[in-house]
Structures are given as C-alpha cells and as structure tokens.
Design a protein around this ligand. Structure first.
Ligand code: B12
Ligand code: SF4
Length: 489
C-alpha cells in the first residue's frame, strides 16, 4: 500500500523535538513492504499548502497522522492544539479520500474524544509499531480491524467479536532490534535547532504517581532493550550524524536499578563519547548511580520530585519522601551533574505551609534549575482525576477534550505571586504557566551560536539568571485569562 505518514507537531518550545514515535512507525511500515512517504510539518512555513501538495503528488492509500501533543500542559498560559489539528484533518480530507489513522501520545490520552472532534477514520491508542501494520493489513485485505489491540474505531462502529482477523505474519515489536527510520526525516536539523537527538531505552513505568499518564500510555511494567542494543544505536547515531547530545525519552531512566547502570557500563566499556540527559526519579538514586551516570556522559538530569513536603508527596502518590528527594539532589550535584527539579504546585491538599516547605527545601538544595508547574493537569483515566470525580469535586465531563487543570482553591490567590517572588529571588526558576520559558528568537540564537543540550543547564550562569529574572519583574496578582480556551476546574 502507499502510506503517507504525517508529523503534526510544530511546537518549538522548549525546543523542536524529533518525532521519534513516528520514526518507529515508519520503520515498522517500511519493513512490512509498504511504499512510504513522509511529511514533517515542524519547520514548514506553509504547512497546509505543503501537505496538500505532497498528498496530491503521492496519492496515498492510507494516511497516518501523528499527534504528539494536544496542549502545552501549562496553566494559565495554556496552548491548545485542537484547532490546528482540525485544520490539518480538513486539509487532508479535502485533498484525499484515503482513510486517516490517528496516533501519537497526545491522541492516545483522549482517543475517542479526539476521533469524534477531528473526524479521523481509525485510531491507534498507545504504541503503534504492531497495531499500525496490522491495521494496514486489515485495510488492504478488507478484514475487519475491530479486534486489533489498541485500535480506536470510528464513532458508531460496533466492536467486533474476537478472532475476526485471519492470522497475519508477525509484526515487528519495538524491543526486537527495530530502529527508528531517522533517515526519512531531517534528524540533523532537529539536532541543530533543538540541540539534541533522542533515544528510547525502555517503555513503561511501575510507579503510581496519581496525576501521571505515562503508565497509561506505555503500560505499568518496564520493558527494556538490552544495554548492547541501546549503545549500538547511540554509536551509529554518533557515526552518522557526528557527535551530538541525546535525550533518553524513557519515563524515568534510572529505575529499575541495573538497567541504566548496564547502559553506562557499556558506554564506558566502548569508550563512546556521548553527552546525554534524561528524566529520573529520586527513588534509589544514590552516590554510586549518580557518579556512574556522570562518568558515562550524563550532563543533566530532570528529577521528577514534584514537591519537597512529605504530606504533598504522599497526596501525589509519590514513592519517596522529602528526605530522599533532598539526598538524591545532593548526590547528583556532588557527582557533577546539572540538576533540574521539576515541581507541581497547587495539587489537591496543597497549603501555604506545604508550598513554603517545598520552596525552603529548594533553597537548601540549590539545584541548577527549577521548572515549576502552577496547577496540576487533569487527564482522563488517572487516579487523581477519578478520585476528584468520586469526591464530587469535578464532573466526569470536565476531564476530556479540553485541557483541564486543578488548583487547590485554598491557595489559589496566594500561589502565583509567591512563586513569582521565588523566581525573582533564585534567578534559575522557570514557570511555564506564568511566563514563557524562553522566547523563540532567544532560543534560535542560542542554538545558532552552537549551544547544545537542554537549555535549562545555562540557568546556573549569572547572565542567564539576570535575563530570566526580568521575566518575572511584574507582580502577578491574579491568574489572568491569557487563553480563553483553557478550562479551569
Ligand atoms: C521525553 C518527552 C519530552 C522531552 C523530549 C526530549 C526529546 N529531545 O525527545 C521534553 C522534556 C523536551 C518534552 C517536551 C514537551 N512535552 Co513531552 N514528553 C516526553 C515523553 C516522556 C516521551 C515522548 C517520547 O519520545 N516517547 C517515545 C516514542 C517512541 O513514543 P511516542 O512518541 O508516544 O510514539 C508511539 C505512539 O504514540 C505511537 N504513535 C506515534 N505517532 C503515531 C502515528 C500513527 C499514525 C500511529 C498509528 C501511532 C503513532 O506509536 C509510537 C511508537 O510506539 C512523553 C510522555 C510519554 N511517556 O509518552 C511526554 C509528552 C509527549 N509530552 C507532553 C508535553 C505536553 C510536552 C510539552 C508541550 C511540555 C511543555 N510545555 O514544555 C513539550 C513539547 C515539546 C515539543 N516541541 O513538542 C505530553 C503530551 C500530552 C499533552 N498534554 O499534549 C506527554 C504525553 C506527557 C504527558 N503530559 O502526558 N517532552
Ligand atoms: S511521574 Fe514519573 S515516576 Fe511517577 S508514574 Fe509518572 S513517569 Fe512514573
């Protein structure tokens, strides 16, 4: 079949991100013998015209549309991408009769609602390497796709009984040596403009942080590639594109113990020179792990601490206490790693006291950077959303198509200006919901000047702190209404 794959993501903040998920889908589709073309809209000046032109030229039988983000998950400066996705689908339908298959992490969070809102023909929820090629098989042979695991049916179509698909040749699985088809994209441009590439070493997360979608998207067990396989990929990336930093996109890289260590040992064993960064949990993060990661090229670690107050950590369903969080921060800093603390303020149960406790701890911890979300994004299917619905604090319909956030009413008036003051004082804070993390032109300039890796690493420099402080000079006395489409619960 002639399959056109489209990457819809045009977000450039905090950086343009290489569409790794679609590159996996492209590899699986190509391996199955389909004829493939690819449209990446990230850097297009005229995305709709370009898309229509490419559809006209290629005449696809099926179009796969990758929707990575549905919004920027920041409150109150919420950016909702629904409308731009709608425009894309309209342009596709105007140019072609080919069925459109929706997929991607953003889509997978609200699959049914998005199918209805956009009018997609089919969807794949969650990882797509196997499901997408099975769907292509079904569409090609006129079989009913309804029993394919992960398939999202068009509105109104009844689910088929099990077993309506004839056996087809085994589809490639993610961890069986499948490599993302980076060559079909302009990977080098992402490295130049976004400052890094990306690699995935495992999928899933066993933790139960109550607001988090990652276990819903990737499963609540870890499925890991071997260290040799991961380092083979890193090695060939460095050979093909020259030395460049990579971000490990795993939900958390450093857990379970052993896997990240094996990758580090393999990098060291091969004397591979690669700079990398990742998300990490404070759980079991000790001196040895931090030192090993630093020796193996880790230059920055984003610690998903969320709060440094025992009560708030418990309410968020975190699996560690404030003491563990502080120690993990210290071990990383002592090992020479740059540390970005990511936090959530305003989740259920937050009080003035818990906010102050977290902020005081951060002053002691003195990480390289702090990225703090104001309010917690409520996603369908998470334990947090369900508990708020059960308690009658929100209605089930509040959590769905449009971005919804929760800010604890008791601290609603106190929070924005208190955090702004912390940001001015510290100089290394980023508050994505209250001020743009970075201006697109500053970001482009830094990348043009050759600054690579995560930009938050620069926040330890006095000139960056000065620039950063200026963002928060004006008092923030209320939440404001910068984006009318946002929804507050
Ligand atoms: C790593 C990561 C980041 C890193 C990326 C670093 C890098 N250089 O790659 C950083 C920190 C920079 C980042 C930034 C942002 N992120 Co982010 N990120 C992730 C994370 C953890 C992994 C993404 C990833 O690469 N996965 C690995 C690939 C292989 O998987 P995948 O993309 O999901 O693709 C699979 C399936 O989705 C499917 N699929 C994909 N495309 C298609 C297409 C078709 C046709 C089909 C059938 C299937 C299919 O198959 C693929 C293979 O199995 C996800 C959460 C998660 N666990 O998924 C959030 C996530 C994607 N991010 C999210 C958000 C919001 C953002 C930001 C907007 C946040 C912000 N305000 O800054 C920015 C946007 C940046 C941008 N330019 O787009 C949200 C999106 C949901 C939403 N609310 O819209 C997610 C889902 C997290 C969440 N809150 O739940 N992110
Ligand atoms: S916040 Fe991090 S550790 Fe917690 S469930 Fe999500 S991915 Fe896992």
């Amino acid at each position: 079949m002639r399959v056109l794959l489209v990457s819809a993501n045009r977000e450039q903040i905090p950086d343009p991100i290489f569409p790794l998920g679609l590159a996996y889908i492209a590899a699986a589709t190509r391996n199955r013998g389909h004829t493939l073309d690819l449209v990446d809209l990230c850097f297009e000046r005229h995305p709709l015209e370009n898309l229509r032109r490419r559809i006209g030229m290629f005449q696809p039988d099926v179009i796969g549309l990758s929707l990575r983000n549905i919004d920027n998950a920041a409150y109150p400066r919420t950016v909702d991408y629904l409308e731009s996705h709608r425009q894309l689908i309209t342009a596709i339908h105007a140019a072609s009769d080919a069925p459109v298959v929706l997929g991607g992490s953003g889509f997978s969070i609200v699959p049914q609602a998005y199918m209805e809102a956009l009018g997609g023909d089919w969807g794949i929820r969650g990882e797509g390497e196997q499901a997408f090629v099975q769907l292509l098989d079904a569409l090609e042979h006129g079989w009913n796709p309804a029993s394919i695991a992960g398939v999202v049916l068009p509105p109104g179509m009844p689910a088929a009984p099990n077993g309506c698909l004839p056996p087809s040749p085994p589809a490639p699985t993610w961890s069986s040596g499948l490599r993302p088809a980076r060559k079909l994209f302009d990977y080098a441009r992402y490295v130049r403009r976004g400052g890094m590439g990306n690699v995935q070493t495992k999928r899933g997360c066993v933790f139960k942080c109550n607001y988090c979608t990652y276990p819903l998207l990737e499963g609540n067990r870890f499925r890991a590639r071997t260290a040799e396989d991961v380092v083979d990929e890193l090695d060939s990336l460095m050979r093909e594109y020259g030395p460049h930093p990579v971000f490990f996109v795993d939900s958390i890289l450093n857990f379970p113990r052993g896997h990240a260590e094996a990758i580090c040992e393999e990098i060291l064993h091969r004397s591979l020179k690669v700079r990398w960064s990742c998300y990490a949990t404070p759980v079991k993060l000790d001196r040895n792990q931090a030192r090993l990661m630093a020796r193996a090229g880790c230059e920055g670690i984003e610690l998903g601490t969320d709060a440094v107050d025992d009560g708030q950590l418990e309410r968020l369903g975190k699996s560690f206490d404030a003491g563990i969080a502080e120690r993990a921060n210290r071990y990383c800093m002592e090992a020479g790693l740059k540390v970005c603390q990511t936090l959530i303020f305003g989740a259920p149960g937050e009080t003035r006291q818990s906010i102050r406790t977290t902020c005081k701890a951060l002053q002691r911890m003195n990480p390289t950077a702090v990225v703090a979300m104001t309010g917690v994004r409520l996603y369908p299917g998470t334990p947090l959303s369900q508990s708020l619905i059960d308690a009658g604090r929100i209605a089930a319909g509040d959590v769905g198509l449009f971005p919804a956030f929760y800010v604890e009413p008791a601290i609603e008036d106190f929070l924005p200006d208190y955090l702004r003051k912390q940001a001015v004082e510290a100089g290394n804070w980023v508050l994505p919901g209250l001020a743009a993390p970075i201006l697109p032109r500053s970001q482009r300039l830094l990348r043009y000047l050759g600054v690579s890796g995560p930009l938050w690493r620069l926040l330890h420099k006095p000139w960056m702190q000065k620039l950063n402080r200026s963002r928060f000079r004006k008092p923030i006395t209320s939440w404001g209404v910068p984006n009318q489409k946002r929804k507050v619960v």
